[in-house]
Design a protein around this ligand. Sequence first.
Ligand code: NAD
Length: 301
Amino acid sequence: MASIGFIGLGNMGGPMASNLVSAGHALRVFDLSQEAVQRLVDAGATACAGPGEAADGVDMVITMLPAGRHVRELYLGEGGLLDKVAKGTLLIDCSTIDADTARAVAAEAENTGCPMIDAPVSGGVAGAEAGKLVFMVGGETGPVEQARPVLDVMGRAVFHAGPAGAGQVAKMCNNMLLAISMIGTSEAINLGVAEGLDPKALSDIMQQASGGNWVLNVYNPYPGVMDGTPASRGYTGGFGTALMLKDLGLAMDAALKDGKATPLGSTARNIYALHAAAGNGGKDFSSVIEFLQHGGGSSSQ
Ligand code: NAD
């Protein structure tokens, strides 16, 4: 069993850390939220007063933070993690951030003698709770293989995408495709309903026909069509519109830098930006179906 420092115990990090404790690993945890820390202490983890204390004497450190600036600050900021952590400690960042920041932090970690991998996840809060996340990992083979048994506790699949930053690139591409397919699927269902079809009947048909996709299989955006989806509980408890907008921003920044045409990704970003600006940033991203129903009107009412 490993000794693990875990920093960032939010919607995703909380259940991920909890699964590691349940599997018998010794966890030293830190979060800015005392409430989040307390939940893990109740589950059997040791509370720490700061990131350095969480990293003290552990085999590896896992971070699960909101965005690139938090990751950069935590690792590279004054008195940051890289100043405190012992040489040889494996560093695993599971946050979804831009690949350039992931590469820069990994290079600095390497300079201080700590192998680092980026390991963003797919599967949402439900996947984190069930230990069924998909990890997309970037880094050298040695550290990736060292991390694998621990990642396996939190996930159902671990893909080694390539060198440092490659996990973030895979995640960014996947989420751009997901955003586009959520909008496309929503448009098709809305149109069918407007033409008098039952949304469930139409979804069942498209699921088996050539329009079938992941959204239709497990994340139908129309309320009442599928049990257990955010759509069937008022678009709560899933993957927030604001987080999807962040991920589309990462994809568009990369597309601009690389000179790649991503017209559908760009349109998806506009749609999610307008949807978030109408007060829906905290709702699950499948609520974009409401934006499309109201033609961009105030769907939060
Ligand atoms: P969250 O906001 O619920 O949790 C982030 C946690 O980090 C918070 O508890 C916050 O207090 C803590 N934090 C921030 N700065 C900190 C610091 N300096 N030191 C210690 N703790 C700090 O976010 P989340 O939903 O858990 O998402 C985390 C990451 O996972 C994001 O990058 C997100 O894009 C990604 N992600 C989320 C989902 C999802 O469905 N929510 C799915 C896949 C990936």
